[in-house]
Write a protein that binds this ligand. Sequence first.
Ligand code: M6R
Length: 607
Amino acid sequence: MCGIIGYIGNRRATPLLMQGLRRLEYRGYDSAGIAVLDGNSLFCERTAGRIDALKEKIGERRPEGTVGIAHTRWATHGIVSEHNAHPHRACNDSLVIVHNGIIENYRELRAELQATHTFTSDTDSEVLAHLIESCHQGNLRHSVACALSKVRGTYGLVVMHADNPDLLVCARMGSPLVIGMGEHEYFVASDATPLLPYTKDVTYLDDGEIAELRRDGVRIYDLREKTVHKDIQRIEWNDEQAQKQGYDHFMLKEIFEQPVVFRDAVRGRKIPEDGTAYLGGLNMTESQMRNVSRVVFVACGTAYHAGMIGKYVFERLAHIPCEVEVASEFRYRDCVLDDRTLVFAISQSGETADTLAAVREARRKGAIVRGIVNVVGSTIARETDGGTYIHAGPELAVASTKAFTNMVAVILLYALQFGRLKHVSLADGQQFLQAHFEIPSKMEQILNMNDEIAAVARRYARYRDFLFLGRGINYPVALEGSLKLKEISYIHSEAYPAGEMKHGVNALLGPDFPVLAIMTKNQLYEKMRSNIEEVRARGSKVILIATEGDTDARQLGDDVLTVPSTIEALEPLLNTIPLQLFAYHAATMLDRDVDRPRNLAKSVTVE
Ligand code: M6R
C-alpha cells in the first residue's frame, strides 16, 4: 500500500527521497510525489504512474533543501491521477502532508471545511492538510494533534510546513511508521526498507503517537501531548539483502533463497536428542501448552494457506482441534474464544490490517495470542504476547514465496513441540526432524529443475484458465499455486480438493482447461490417481507434480515435474516450489510486471 519517506538532516533531500521511493516501490503504487523545503520555499511535484515519470517531471529542477517528504500512492479514494497524488497541500501552499490509511469521516470534515478551504483532489487524505491548517496557530505539533482529535480512521502521517523548515511532524494510528536515527539526521518511513542504506537504528511509532523530527533529535508524544520514551531497536537486515543480486526479479531471487532462509528459520530451534523443537518465543510453560484445547490460525492470502497446512499438521501431530480463519472474516464474526484457545496470527509483513484487527479481537476475548511474523518490530509482532520470527529476510516481490515456506517450517516445528508433549513418540519425533533436516538439499534439487519447469510453464502460458488440484495436505499447496499464478500472470485459475470435482467443477474440464495436480506418494496417492484419470477422460491436459521415480505418473501426465520424496507432513515445503516457478515463468512469458502485479500491494495496511 502507500509508501511514505521523510528526511531531515544535512544531505540534499531530493535524491535521497527519490531513492527512498524506489525502495518503497515493492509495496505497490500507482502514483508518486515529493515535496522539499528549500529555505522557506516549498518545491512540490507529483505524477500519476511510475517514479521514472516523477523523475522526468522534476527534470533539471533540483531543489537544494535538506528536509522533505515523498509518497507512493495506492489509490483507495479517488482515481489514479496527478491531482490525487500526494503530497497534498493546504490552501496557503505552506503546509504539505503525505498520508497512508483511510480517513473514514472525511466527507463530514470536507463538508465543514469547504466553506473556507479550496479542495483540489478527490482523496480522503487532503482533508488532513486543510484540517491541520485550520488548527494551525504556530506550533505544528499542536496543530496536528488538534486536527487528529477530529479524525476517525487510520493514518501514518507526515507533515511539513514552510514556516518550520527545521521540523517534520509524524503521527500514527493504524498505518505503520518507523523512525530511523542517524547522526544529526532522521528519517521516517512506512517500513525500514528505504532506511537500510543510512541507518539500522530505528524506533517504531505506536498508535496514538506523534513525533517531532529535528536535526538535533526526535521527540515522541502521545495524543494528549505527554512525552513518550521509546527504545531504539537494531534492524537485522542489510542493504545487500534488499537488492536483486543479479536476478531478473525479486520474486525469482526469493524463490531461490528458500534453502538458505529455511535453515535460518529452523536454526537453534530443533532438539534432535529429544525428537522435539523449542520455540522459546511461545512464552508458555509445558503445562500451559498441555492445557491448550484449540488452535486457531488467522491470516490472509498466502499466510492463510500456511495456516491451512498448520491445521493438518497440528491435528495430526498434536491432536489438538484446529481451525483456520481468513482474518477479514474472523474480525467481524462472533468467534468463540477462551483462555484455552491459542490463536496464531501469521503474517509476512506483520502489518496486514485485517490480521492485526483479528489479533486485537482475539486478545480482547481472552485468547492466548502469538505471532508468526517475518518483519521484526512490526505491529503484529509487537501486539502479540510472543511468537516466532520466521527469518525469511526482506521479501520485496508482491507475490510471497520464501515467507510461505518459512511460515510452514515454523508451524511444523510448533506442531512437533506440542505433539511431543502429547502423542508423538521420541522415535517419530526424531524421524520428523531428520526429514526436516533434509529439506534444504531437496529444495535445491527442485531449484535445479528451473529450466525444465520454465519450458513447461511457457508451453501453457497462453491458456486463459487453469485448475489446480490437491488432496489432504496438498490442497492448500494447490490453493497457493493457483494464487501465485493468478496474481502475477493474470491467468484465471482455481484450486480444488480433487475429491470435490464431481460436485460441480468437472463441468469446466476440456481441452481449453489444463489441470495442474499434485500427486505425490502419500496416503491419498491412489485416490488422487483416480481423480486424475477422470480429468484425463474429459480431455483436459494434465501437468503432474509427482514423486521422483513414479513411473506411473509419466503415463498419466502430459507433463510431469518430479520432486524428491519426504514424509507427508513436510511435502508442502517441496511441492510448492515447482508451482512458484511455474507461475513465475508463465508470467515472464506473458511479459507481466512480476514483482509489482497490477492492483496489488505488498502490505495491505487498510481494510
Ligand atoms: O504480510 P502478510 O503475510 O500478512 O500478507 C498477507 C497477504 O496479503 C499476502 O500473502 C498476499 O496474499 C500475497 N501477495 C500472496 O502472494
